[in-house]
Ligand binder design. Sequence first.
Ligand code: SF4
Length: 405
Amino acid sequence: MPFERKSTRQIAVGKVLVGGGAPISVQSMTITKTADVEGTLQQIYALAAAGCDIVRCTCNEQAAAEGLAQIVPRSPIPIIADIHHQYRMALAAMEAGVHGLRLNPGNIRKPEHIKAVATEARDRQISIRIGVNGGSLDPSLYEKYGGITPEAMVESAQREMAYFHEVGFDLMKISVKASSVTLMIEAYRQLSEVTDVPLHLGVTEAGPPPAGLVKATAGIATLLMEGIGDTIRYSLTADPVEEARAGRQLLEALGLRERKNIDLIACPSCGRAEIDVIDVANRAMQAFGDRKIPLQVAVMGCVVNGPGEAREADLGIAAGNKRGHLFVKGRNVAVVPESEMVEALVEWAEFIHEHGTEAAIARVDTALAEREAAKDRAKLMNDQGDDVNQADERIVEIRRTVGER
Ligand code: SF4
């Protein structure tokens, strides 16, 4: 573990444990009508394949609750029902067999309704997330604190917890989301000081990528690095599969979850690039899709610097003289036509995944591949020289321009 995590209580959402040192889980939410059983299940399967551990479906009407009754037994991952304003929908969702509920204290406000739901959840041992949302804060708290503040959000969660405790229910987790990154960070910090209930992190209404990804990552990663957070959700205005991928990738990047899929790295490209790096990297991402190959794969624009710069990658490819030079752990292993670079990467990745890097290197004549790479490297150096962006000439020109003024 790269940093110490704050210790929290553990609860179960179906088969997924949350808090108490359990791996941080990735959540997402379906955007289908829950009554559309087949469509929703299709999305759930895509989310699970992309690394989603727990999925939330809206339960806003009776038809949705009836849909959940059919979805739950066929879902590969636990289902949480998102309840809006009607507490009866929470009771119906539990009847449908969901593994968890999400209640917004700003929406269901009558104590007797909250307690009725918590009592039923207690009897069925179903967990509930207290999902405080800055945008739908209880008006009395808004008034008390003069707006949406971290303190108001924390008090909202505490009020709800008090109702739960009154009926002896404690299988809860909490979120205090806001669309402002700094506000949500402060709210979670304050909340983690006053409770050991597991926390669900998220920046609400983060918007479409890339801005939404940046905002969500800024908020979630900051807190995770402080040891705060037990489960996360990216709320993006995008295909929910993107949310699941982003969540998974963040946890892998921070060393909080084991790598499951390809980690594709690529050089930023520069004047030396022999290929369209962006295009090749995107095609490689598509070709690997959600395949469970936990390797780091590099796409590098030129054979002059590529293999060296990406020597830590399990596998990589660098362009040179209309050819792709494949390398494994920095060692040149094969040369392929430029048009076959992506296919070659996939084939080698599959081989390494199955047989290991040693076996991959042993199956080829690395000396021959290195000779070919050296040839193309030398040709590029001859053609372009050391200073590929002609910086020296530009500097002389800049000095002349500035000097003339
Ligand atoms: S690998 Fe080559 S093309 Fe890519 S950034 Fe480095 S020098 Fe430029």
